[in-house]
Design a binder for this molecule. Structure first.
Ligand code: HXC
Length: 257
């Protein structure tokens, strides 16, 4: 499929999506939305792919929703077409998605990174929800996900002042899983993705589903869900293979069954 706003490639078992609107610092317009969601769905359907990485440029992961495309929108148009609801499709991607963030991840860019399963940041990364400076608020999950990830005080600070958080603060706050030197970002993200893709795909997907469940249900329901899914894993050939390989002191060979 031909994309206009992104580049896609496969690196072994990893699907890589590179946001590519350099003239607008990868601002998220309708074309980029369509392209990213189509690419995610294509990698989801590709049985050779075990993990997906989304990255941007050195200067910007994405500097937000496209302000120029949005500025003349009306309320009724936004309500009727449920503006930005199409991104809910990302929640239905069951393979893991890593955000590799360098430079600006602002507004919708920060929200896109947070909609991924985890964020690896370069030491130049800057996160922010500056919508307040435009007279609006986050609309792609920022007020909810940022609050869950970094807590109320920091989320309020970010949303109400519009200030940016650097990579060190983002790591300290739990927004990102690790910070790496700028020149090594993609390599490190691909290495992590490659590792994930080397494991049993059903086991990886069940892990993702269980962690995500913790954001939706009470602790007791979450623990019950975890235990049921954990029990079901003993039906996997990959469980037998993984545990036999450990006992036999050899590397496992998973078959995604
Ligand atoms: C459209 C954008 C853009 C954006 C940058 N550009 N961000 N275009 N939408 N979000 C464009 C600029 O207009 C400019 O185009 C080019 O990209 C380069 O940007 P500069 O501003 O010249 O770069 P710089 O001076 O380095 O400043 C970088 C920056 C700044 C600090 C990131 O661009 C900035 O503040 N951008 C807006 C960030 C923001 O407010 N994001 C939140 C958007 S609202 P030209 O043609 O002039 O060269 C949002 C809502 C999400 O995300 C919720 C859904 C409803």
């Amino acid at each position: 499929m031909a994309y206009e706003t992104i580049l896609t490639e496969t690196r072994g078992k990893v699907g890589l999506i590179t946001l590519n609107r350099p003239q607008a610092l990868n601002a998220i317009n309708s074309g980029l939305t369509r392209d990213v969601l189509a690419a995610l769905q294509a990698f989801e359907a590709d049985t050779t792919i075990g993990c997906i990485v989304i990255t941007g440029s050195e200067k910007a992961f994405a500097a937000g929703a496209d302000i120029k495309e949005m500025q003349s929108r009306s309320f009724v148009q936004s309500y009727l077409d449920d503006f930005f609801a199409e991104w809910d499709a990302m929640l239905r991607v069951r393979k893991p998605i890593i955000a590799a963030v360098s430079g600006y991840a602002l507004g919708g860019g920060c929200e896109l990174a947070m909609a991924c399963d985890f964020i690896i940041a370069s030491d130049t990364a800057k996160f922010g929800q500056p919508e307040i400076t435009l007279g609006v608020m986050p609309g792609m999950g920022g007020s909810q996900r940022l609050t869950r990830f970094v807590g109320k005080s920091k989320a309020m600070d970010m949303c109400l002042t519009g200030r940016m958080m650097d990579a060190a603060e983002a790591e300290r706050s739990g927004l990102v899983s690790r910070v790496v030197p700028a020149g090594e970002l993609l390599e490190e993200a691909l290495k992590a993705a490659d590792k994930i893709a080397s494991f049993s795909l059903p086991a990886v997907m069940m892990n993702k589903e269980a962690v995500n469940r913790s954001y939706e249900v009470s602790l007791s329901e979450g623990l019950r869900f975890e235990r049921r899914v954990f029990h079901s894993m003993f039906a996997l050939e990959d469980q037998k293979e993984g545990m036999s390989a450990f006992s036999e002191k050899r590397k496992p060979s998973f078959n995604n069954r």
